[in-house]
Ligand binder design. Structure first.
Ligand code: DAK
Length: 257
């Protein structure tokens, strides 16, 4: 399958998706989003892929949706078009997604990073939800995920003013996991990715599902969900291997079964 707006690569158990529309700061047009979803479909189906790193280039992770595609769109077109399904596909991706962010990470770009499970930022990264300047509001999760990440008041400030924040500010506000020099960005993301990829894949997916569940359920429901997933992990060969390896004082070799 040939992609035009993204580059993909697989190295061991870690796949990379690189957004690749540098002339428009990786603006997320429909085709780019479709290609991103197709790549995720492929990586979900490939048992060799255990973690996916999503990145852009030095200048931009992504400067948002492609604004050119908004002109003339009606409310019905917005509701019934493919946009919602694409973002739902990203939300439902079951394997860990690590965003490696350099440069502009705005609007839908910031929402895409927030849909990932871990965000590594370069010192050059700039985060923002500038939709208010276009007469609209965030529409791909920004009003929901940003307050969960940074708290109501900081999210309000970003969303109502449209101002960008620096990588350091994003770190202090809890939006990103860490900030590294630009040249160390991918190394840092791959170090994390390889470490996670070395764990039992089924347990990793169950853990991701359980943590995500915590963000949209009351504690009692979430605890019950965790209890069930925990029990499910006891049906895996990897659990037997992990426990046996500990008792035998050796490193486990996980198979993803
Ligand atoms: N869309 C299209 N083109 C873009 C773009 C964008 N978002 N951002 C930048 N570009 C283009 C510029 O037009 C310019 O193209 P040329 O003029 O060279 O042809 C090129 O990229 C370089 O940009 P600049 O010349 O502007 O570069 P500067 O360094 O001066 O400024 C900037 C960089 C990032 C500050 C500036 O480009 C900027 O403000 N860009 C727009 C950022 C923005 O407003 N982003 C939010 C877009 S709204 C939804 C799903 C998603 C969304 C909503 C709903 N559903 C599921 C319902 C998402 C909405 C959004 O993201």
């Amino acid at each position: 399958m040939e992609f035009q707006n993204i580059l993909i690569q697989v190295d061991g158990h870690v796949a990379t998706i690189r957004l690749n529309r540098p002339k428009v700061l990786n603006a997320l047009n429909g085709q780019t989003m479709d290609e991103l979803c197709q790549a995720l479909d492929r990586f979900e189906a490939d048992p060799e892929v255990r973690v996916v790193v999503l990145t852009g280039d030095d200048r931009a992770f992504a400067a948002g949706a492609d604004i050119g595609e908004f002109a003339g769109v009606t409310p019905v077109g917005m509701l019934e078009g493919p946009r919602g399904k694409r973002w739902e596909r990203i939300r439902a991706f079951p394997k860990p997604l690590i965003a490696a962010v350099s440069g502009y990470c705005l609007g839908g770009g910031c929402e895409l990073a927030m849909a990932c499970d871990i965000i590594v930022a370069s010192e050059t990264a700039r985060f923002g939800q500038p939709e208010i300047n276009l007469g609209i509001l965030p529409g791909a999760g920004g009003t929901q995920r940003l307050p969960r990440a940074v708290g109501k008041h900081r999210a309000m400030e970003m969303i109502l003013t449209g101002r960008h924040i620096t990588a350091q500010q994003a770190y202090e506000w809890g939006l990103v996991n860490r900030v590294v020099p630009p040249e160390a960005l991918l190394d840092e993301a791959y170090t994390l990715a390889r470490e996670i990829a070395s764990k039992a894949p089924v347990a990793v997916r169950l853990a991701k599902a359980a943590v995500l569940k915590s963000l949209d359920t009351p504690l009692e429901v979430g605890l019950d969900y965790e209890r069930r997933l925990f029990a499910l992990a006891f049906g895996t060969e990897d659990k037997e291997e992990g426990v046996r390896a500990f008792l035998e004082k050796r490193k486990p070799v996980f198979q993803g079964r």
